[in-house]
Design a protein around this ligand. Structure first.
Ligand code: CS2
Length: 506
């Protein structure tokens, strides 16, 4: 296949070869947040079912970003999806998106789109920050300035939560049918979190009937979502060419468990199972698997790879020391999962490693670790670390990843090059400064980060393991330390003189 095969000529959107007639599509879904991920994931799945059922065209709402509307409107919202892997190089046009409304430009239109009685499913990818919930209680954070502002001008909602509540109020008043609102954001219990924040906002807005209406008519299934979708590399951005479909999304082939949905629907649903989704009573084990294996491996690889001086996932994983480390990490993380007849963890673990080794996808390490301290450390590393120590199933690779995160915070790689850690929490809270000033003992960062549960902090096995790997990375560099961990070679690095013996066992 030629290198330029992704350039699908733009003739007339109406005649594009989609497998269905777009003029026959009805709008049955509203998606809030038409990101790259949404385009590669939900919009592609819906596209695949449209030939059999044209009732599920998707209208999107972007809260404030008009980029996507401006870009896609001239091509009638059709966009190319490029799937790449060894032996796979496929471009398909996706036609499920039929309109985009920018809520900040026209809040009333956004409310009307969501309140349309023909809409039976609302889906959303707005990132965890868009939920405004307090992570310790799961409740809406009323002290947040955005929420305060939104509550003070209810007619023009400026947050997704406010927008949903305003449209549910309209649905209640107009007698619209029940609705399913499905979060597709990569966070724990996304459905329950969404339900909590929507109800809290609704109860504040109207203490009379709205809360009861929502409780009786709207469901919020929890989901697990998965598809690695980096931002589109430059060589695929043919945005200056008006003769082809622009704004492609580049991604890996659809994984086995791309979308797992809790069986909790208020209304008629598109047949997502026919296009690869799984419906279950409890999403939790799938979520744990995905977060600990895939997102955990991403975090581990991101920290180790950046400290080693790599920029891309593929360059880092092609280093045999790093590949061996990541495989060991996945194995340990997998051993923390509760065995179940219904899920083949081995299969998923192999698939994660294969996806990381996909030579045709350019994913950057910074993407995997950005906002790591605030948003990723606890669920992706510390959960597995606690369980692996408690269950004695092997924890050294996870402890090594945690030590690598500490080194990563300093923003200086083993070649002495500075890099931007893209971790505002670590910078604002002084953790980066601390990491830069730290000697061979990482205790200070454990105490100061506010992220390590007391049970871990008081655990000697944890402290010994993290200290050992932290020292090894400091003395020998992350690659040599990974070799020591992998047992590949016990040769001390040139930096290790008689006063700095290898710290292999503590
Ligand atoms: C990545 C995810 O940025 C990150 O933290 O680990 O975006 C990852 O690519 C997706 O969760 C894959 O489903």
């Amino acid at each position: 296949m030629s290198e330029q095969s992704y350039r699908v000529p733009f003739t007339d959107a109406a005649t594009a070869n989609l497998g269905y007639d777009r003029s026959q599509l009805q709008a049955g879904i509203v998606h809030i947040g038409p990101s790259h991920f949404a385009r590669s994931h939900l919009l592609k799945m819906v596209h695949d079912l449209l030939p059999d059922d044209p009732r599920w065209g998707v209208k999107a709402i972007s809260l404030r970003n008009h980029g996507i509307k401006k870009a896609l409107e001239p091509q009638d919202y059709i966009f190319p999806l490029i799937e790449r892997a060894e032996g796979v190089d496929k471009t398909n046009l996706v036609g499920s998106l039929i309109d985009v409304t920018v809520a900040m430009e026209d809040p009333q239109e956004a409310v009307d789109v969501l309140a349309d009685p023909d809409i039976k499913l609302v889906t959303m990818t707005v990132t965890e920050a868009g939920y405004y919930y307090d992570k310790t209680t799961g409740n809406l954070d009323f002290s947040n300035e955005d929420i305060k502002k939104c509550l003070s001008n209810m007619d023009e909602p400026s947050t997704v939560v406010g927008l949903l509540v305003a449209s549910l109020e309209k649905r209640m008043k107009t007698g619209a049918p029940p609705l399913t609102i499905m979060s597709c954001d990569n966070m724990d219990a996304n459905g329950s979190v969404l339900r909590n924040v929507v109800l809290a906002y609704a109860d504040k807005k109207d203490s009379r009937g709205l809360g009861k209406y929502i409780r009786d008519n709207i469901t919020f299934p929890t989901t697990m979502v998965d598809r690695i979708t980096p931002s589109t590399p430059e060589e695929f951005q043919n945005v200056a060419d008006e003769t082809v479909f622009n704004w492609p999304v580049v991604t890996t082939p659809m994984p086995e468990y791309a979308l797992v949905i809790e069986n909790n629907f208020a209304a008629d649903m598109p047949d997502l199972v026919s296009v690869g989704a799984t419906i279950v009573d409890d999403v939790t084990p799938y979520k744990n698997m995905k977060v600990r294996l895939l997102n955990g491996a991403h975090m581990a690889l991101g920290c180790v790879g950046r400290v080693a001086g790599y920029d891309t996932v593929i360059d880092a994983i092609n280093d045999p020391k790093i590949e061996k480390f990541v495989a060991g990490f996945i194995e340990e993380a997998k051993n923390t999962l509760v065995p179940l007849d219904t899920i083949d963890y081995d299969l998923y673990a192999d698939d994660v490693l294969n996806r990381l080794k996909n030579p045709k996808i350019t994913d950057r390490l910074w993407r995997l670790v950005r906002n790591g301290t605030e948003a990723k450390l606890d669920k992706r590393l510390l959960g597995s670390l606690s369980d692996s120590i408690a269950n004695k199933t092997g924890h050294d690779h996870i402890a090594f990843a945690t030590a690598a995160w500490m080194h990563h915070l300093a923003g200086v790689d083993n070649n002495g090059q500075d890099f931007d850690i893209q971790d505002p929490y670590a910078i604002d809270s002084g953790l980066q400064q601390l990491a830069r000033a730290m000697g061979e003992d990482p205790s200070a960062i454990i105490g100061a980060s506010n992220k390590f549960p007391a049970a871990l902090q008081g655990n000697d096995v944890f402290k010994d393991a993290v200290q050992k790997h932290y020292k090894n990375i400091k003395r020998h560099g992350v690659l040599q330390a990974a070799s020591l961990l992998n047992g590949l070679q016990g040769v001390p690095s040139p930096h290790a003189g008689p006063d700095s013996p290898d710290v292999i066992n503590g």
